[in-house]
Design a protein around this ligand. Structure first.
Ligand SMILES: NC(=O)c1ccc[n+]([C@@H]2O[C@H](COP(=O)([O-])OP(=O)(O)OC[C@H]3O[C@@H](n4cnc5c(N)ncnc54)[C@H](OP(=O)(O)O)[C@@H]3O)[C@@H](O)[C@H]2O)c1
Length: 341
């Protein structure tokens, strides 16, 4: 039996869809006020039979910040996929970030140890691999270093990852995936899908920073692949490693241009350097309750980081979806969504 946290989120709902399409049983953790419509919409991208498939999901209520709610629902489970998390880059929300991404993960692994769960797949992030040494390529050999440059989101994800390694020492079979920017259809307006809604509105600004982008379907393919494989050396079901899960490296300008073109919008033409972004951040701070331009997003938008997916590609003999193909598909789904909503 598969147990998924964050099943109403971008990664978790695509994972739920993939597992159901493979005929596997899914128990999905939801909070009292979680919106399960997201999952139904995402299932409809995979099959016309989506309503029937949706009925097969067994929802259980709980919250990763409340360990007792987890202990109540983790009976008779073999595999746990931990996709729940908070994706937010505002420094002032550090307490919430630590509560959900760090403490929430500690609760998850502690509950799994208590319940004797066999396998645990954790969704971390490339944010836990800060490129302070300006390496040409970032891969799994880049480890965390304390630095005032580390943002609240990265710190919370790193602390979460540490809890998973601690649980591995205590006997839990774990694997960790570290995705870069995830692009996928559905869950519009939340997490990394906000980028798509911004492009649909049209923006005049671009940056020339570079990062990795990955198709959500590739992320979940890798997660299931890692959980299903038996490690050749240890004989354990999964092998206690972490994996960068990232497709093509590209500039933000390129990705913005592709989405704008797909939406028939004028291409962004003003390069936003540090001062424009800082001014934007200041204005947002004053006028918006939910600022999107923050110190972390400015750093990310301007820096050039190239990620290597060699380890996961070799491990699973897997080729990532080309970025252009992902953008075309996601943009098409977003246009349909806008037409119908
Ligand atoms: N998207 C990316 O580009 C990206 C890249 C790298 C890593 N990641 C990591 O991947 C994970 C999933 O991200 P996502 O993009 O799928 O995010 P998302 O769409 O915002 O989904 C977050 C999910 O976590 C659930 N959740 C949040 N707090 C919870 C709590 N206290 N208890 C139980 N469930 C809770 C949410 O439930 P509700 O529906 O109730 O809100 C939702 O299902 C996160 O850990 C994130 O750090 C994401």
């Amino acid at each position: 039996m598969n147990f998924i946290t964050g099943a109403t989120g971008l990664i978790g709902s695509h994972l739920t869809a993939h597992l159901l399409m493979q005929g596997k049983d899914v128990i999905a953790l939801k909070r009292v006020n979680s919106n399960t419509k997201n999952i139904e919409e995402i299932l409809s991208f995979y099959t016309t039979d989506y309503k029937e498939l949706f009925k097969k999901i067994r929802f259980v209520e709980g919250d990763i910040t409340d360990i007792y709610s987890l202990l109540d629902v983790l009976d008779n489970i073999e595999q746990v996929y931990h996709c729940a998390g908070m994706v937010n880059f505002e420094e002032k929300r550090i307490k919430e970030l630590l509560l959900i991404n760090s403490e929430g993960t500690a609760n998850m692994v502690n509950a799994c140890l208590e319940k004797g769960i066999q396998q645990f797949c954790h969704v971390s992030s490339v944010a836990t691999m800060p490129n302070h040494d300006k390496k040409a390529i970032v891969d799994e050999s880049v480890f965390w270093k304390s630095s005032p440059e580390n943002g609240a989101y990265a710190i919370s994800k790193y602390n979460g990852e540490r809890e998973v390694w601690r649980a591995a020492e205590e006997g839990l079979n774990v694997c960790i995936v570290n995705p870069s920017v995830v692009l996928g259809a559905g869950c519009w307006g939340q997490s990394s899908s906000r980028l798509i809604a911004e492009c649909y509105k049209g923006t005049r600004f671009f940056t020339n920073g570079v990062t990795g982008f990955v198709d959500v379907k590739d992320v979940v393919h890798c997660m299931i692949g890692l959980m299903d494989q038996t490690d050749r050396q240890t004989g354990k079901k999964i092998n206690g490693k972490r994996f960068v899960v990232s497709g093509d490296n590209q500039s933000f300008k390129y990705v913005l241009d592709q989405f704008h073109t797909a939406f028939g919008k004028k291409l962004p033409s003003i390069e936003a350097g540090k001062w424009i972004l800082k001014t934007g951040a200041l204005l947002e701070k004053i006028f918006s309750s939910e600022p999107r331009i923050t110190k972390t997003t400015i750093d990310a938008a301007l820096s050039k980081n190239y990620f290597s997916h060699e380890r996961i590609s070799t491990e699973l003999n897997f080729n990532f979806t080309p970025l252009d193909q992902t953008i075309t598909y996601v943009a098409e789904k977003y246009k349909n969504y806008r037409t119908n909503n």
